[in-house]
Design a protein around this ligand. Structure first.
Ligand SMILES: Cc1cc2nc3c(=O)[nH]c(=O)nc-3n(C[C@H](O)[C@H](O)[C@H](O)COP(=O)(O)O)c2cc1C
Length: 175
């Protein structure tokens, strides 16, 4: 599972961010993603009311700060103040982007799936921001520069070693 920091903004709430591991891509065209949020979270009501959120993908160096945002609630603390992370206005939604994070996806909720413990907010990706310093010389995203990491059996693990590439089993006789 990836770990992301989801930002939200809604009237009557302080701009906030929540650490989320229940997330992923669910559709290609239009691009759609989901985040599953427990109704008890401060961010839950913000996303429900605004119908918007931003997924900010951290680098491994940002694991500590991202963990911290998953231990405290926006109800009690201003996480932007506490972490020193910089909110930047997004282009399509009111939720801010986190400047320091290499990838930001602006999303609008298109469907909410109520599950026993979490609500799954399926969002259409309206805009994608990629920090220039994680691109290679061909302008493509460089995984070694992004340094994404995963939440694996309650441990944070980097995604370091390449063990193959898309379609690399072609010709193995299993088609
Ligand atoms: C690694 C990690 C992953 C988490 N994943 C989720 C998640 O997918 N959904 C969720 O509702 N809470 C998740 N949490 C818990 C929330 O981040 C945590 O309760 C947070 O303090 C809620 O903040 P808020 O009250 O400001 O919204 C996770 C926490 C950590 C540390």
């Amino acid at each position: 599972m990836p770990v992301v920091l989801v930002t939200a903004a809604a009237e009557g709430f302080r701009p906030n961010m929540i650490t989320i591991a229940w997330t992923g891509i669910v559709n290609s065209e239009p691009p759609m993603v989901y985040v599953s949020i427990r109704p008890s979270r401060y961010t839950y009501e913000m996303v429900r009311q605004s119908g918007e959120y931003v997924i900010n993908v951290p680098s491994a160096e940002q694991a500590r700060i991202t963990d911290r945002c998953g231990l405290v609630s926006g109800r009690d603390v201003d996480k932007f103040k506490e972490t020193g992370l910089t909110p930047v206005p997004a282009s399509q939604v009111k939720a801010p982007l986190i400047k320091e994070f290499p990838i930001n996806l602006e999303c609008r909720v298109v469907e909410v799936v109520k599950l026993p413990t979490h609500d799954m907010f399926i969002g259409e990706v309206l805009a994608v921001h990629i920090n220039e310093n994680v691109l290679n010389e061909n302008g493509r995203l460089d995984v070694d520069k992004v340094k994404p990491y995963a939440f694996c059996f309650r441990e944070y693990r980097t995604v370091r070693e390449q063990i193959g590439g898309y379609g690399f089993s072609k010709g193995d006789g299993l088609e």
